[in-house]
Ligand binder design. Structure first.
Ligand code: SF4
Ligand code: SF4
Length: 186
């Protein structure tokens, strides 16, 4: 996620923020992005609110609340926005910025996001057990699995936990390669 070529200074942060604002400046607040987002219910500031806060200069609140960590890059909002704005790219740019501007608060979210994307890249879909094992190892907190145990048991009871499978392994690698070639992150 870190751009090794660019030292992260407040000037850099301001330039990146301005670039994100330009992405969403034509927003007319119609609300289609929020209504379409499958994860809006989990965001403190759902997409439409997020763009407005950014444009009004409340970037510190936006970065601290971190609604963009809930974005799963499904592109629904970007496809439906009547202004054709690059909303998924804006969410990704906010994640990159938050990880560098607030590394301590972003730590857990950033680790989960990185682990999730790596899991999808490797297996072509989410492999829940491998995902959580990698996340626990990345967090180096022996008590964290206990926190997730109730959720794991509920998912197991509903048949939502899948064992390791190589059926779709590497299928999404070309997509990740293409994004890397363009200097972007999904
Ligand atoms: S769908 Fe587009 S124009 Fe409508 S609120 Fe969202 S960003 Fe703004
Ligand atoms: S790309 Fe992110 S913000 Fe947009 S609809 Fe999907 S989850 Fe929501």
């Amino acid at each position: 996620m870190r751009n090794e070529q660019t030292p992260f200074t407040l000037d850099t942060a301001q330039r990146e923020l301005e670039a994100i604002r330009e992405m969403v400046r034509p927003c007319m607040q119609c609300g289609t992005c929020t209504a379409s987002c499958p994860n809006a219910f989990a965001m403190k500031d759902p997409p439409r609110t997020l763009w407005r806060l950014l444009l009004l200069g409340f970037e510190e609140e936006v970065l601290a609340h971190g609604p963009f960590w809930m974005c799963s890059s499904c592109y629904t909002c970007a496809l439906r926005c009547p202004r054709g704005l690059p909303l998924t790219e804006a969410m990704a740019a906010l994640r990159r910025l938050a990880a560098r501007r607030f590394p301590r608060t972003a730590g857990r979210n950033a680790a989960f996001y990185e682990t999730f994307m790596d899991n999808v890249r490797r297996y072509g879909r989410v492999q829940e057990t491998a995902l959580m094992t990698s996340y626990f190892l990345a967090m180096k907190n022996p008590f964290l699995p206990l926190e997730y145990a109730p959720l794991g048991l509920r998912m197991l009871g509903k048949g939502k936990l899948h064992g390791p499978s190589a059926a779709q392994k590497g299928e999404l690698q070309p997509l990740f390669d293409k994004a890397a070639h363009k200097g972007e992150r999904p």
